[in-house]
Write a protein that binds this ligand. Structure first.
Ligand code: ZN
Length: 248
C-alpha cells in the first residue's frame, strides 16, 4: 500500500491566497488527501472561492464544521465580537444555496485513517470550547475515539501528548517531523491557514504521514498584502486586513 500523506488544514477563513499557497506546498510534499477542520468562511474576502476548493478536497478526505461555518447558516452571531459579526453578515450575503447546503451537511467530528478530526474539542464539539491549556487538552483526549486528534479553533500551532500521566504541551518547530510515539495519545492543533494568531503572518498547516507515524508543522509565506487589499475592497472591517500582516 502506498504511503498515506494527509494535509491537515484548519481555519481557512475565506483567505484564498493563504489556501492556495498551502495547497501548492502540500502537493510538493506528496500529499494525497486532506483533513479540513472547519471555519472555512468568515473574516476573509473569498468565502465562495474557498468553499469551491474545500468541497473538492473534501471528496479526497474529510471535512468538519467550525463555529463560523455554523454561524454563516444562522444563529450564533450574538456570541461574536462586533468585527466578527459585521464580517459574518457580509459573508452570509455572499453564500448561495450550493455553499449553504455544503456547510449544513458538515458533521461536528469525523475520522480519517487513524485520526479523529474536530474543529474545537472532541469533548462536546458543538460547545466550541478553546483548548488553551493542559486541562482542556486532557478532556479532549479523554473523549476522543482515536489516539490521534486533529483540531483547529485556537489559530496557534501546538501539540499535546499524554503518556499515561500528565498531558504535556510540546512546541513544534516548523519543518521538523514529530514522531507520534505509539503508547501515547496526541492532540495536534493545526494552527490557522487564513488567520494565524501567534505573531507569524505565514499560513500554518500540518502534514500527517501515517506510514511514518509523524506529523510535521509547516509555515508557508503567502501574499498577505493581496488578501488584505481584497478585504478592504470588499468593505469588510479594516482590522481584518491589518491583522494578516501581523499574524494576530
Ligand atoms: Zn477560526
Amino acid at each position: 500500500m502506498a504511503t498515506m500523506r494527509t494535509a491537515v488544514l484548519a481555519d481557512i477563513h475565506a483567505n484564498l491566497e493563504a489556501l492556495e499557497a498551502c495547497l501548492a506546498h502540500a502537493r510538493r510534499q506528496g500529499v494525497e488527501r486532506f483533513a479540513l477542520l472547519g471555519d472555512f468562511v468568515n473574516y476573509g474576502a473569498d468565502p465562495v472561492a474557498c468553499l469551491a476548493i474545500v468541497r473538492e478536497l473534501a471528496d479526497q478526505g474529510a471535512a468538519v464544521r467550525g463555529n463560523h461555518d455554523e454561524a454563516a447558516l444562522g444563529g450564533l452571531a450574538a456570541d461574536m465580537n462586533p468585527v466578527a459579526r459585521e464580517a459574518l453578515y457580509w459573508t452570509r450575503a455572499q453564500l448561495g444555496p450550493a455553499e449553504r447546503t455544503f456547510l449544513d451537511a458538515l458533521p461536528y467530528t469525523a475520522e480519517l485513517g487513524g485520526a479523529q478530526l474536530v474543529h474545537a474539542s472532541a469533548d462536546d464539539p458543538p460547545a466550541w470550547s478553546y483548548l488553551t491549556g493542559a486541562l482542556p487538552a486532557a478532556r479532549c483526549l479523554a473523549a476522543a475515539h482515536r489516539r490521534v486528534v486533529f483540531a483547529g479553533h485556537l489559530h496557534q500551532p501546538q501539540i499535546y501528548h499524554d503518556g499515561g500521566e500528565a498531558v504535556r504541551l510540546f512546541e513544534p518547530t516548523p519543518g521538523v517531523a514529530i514522531p507520534l510515539l505509539p503508547r501515547r495519545r496526541w492532540l495536534v492543533l493545526a494552527g490557522s491557514v487564513g488567520q494565524p494568531r501567534d505573531g507569524d503572518p505565514a499560513a500554518a498547516y500540518v502534514l500527517h504521514d501515517e506510514a511514518a507515524a509523524t506529523v510535521t508543522f509547516f509555515r508557508v509565506t503567502y501574499d498577505h498584502a493581496a488578501a488584505a487589499r481584497k478585504i478592504v475592497a470588499a468593505g469588510l472591517p479594516e482590522t481584518l486586513a491589518w491583522r494578516l500582516s501581523r499574524g494576530i
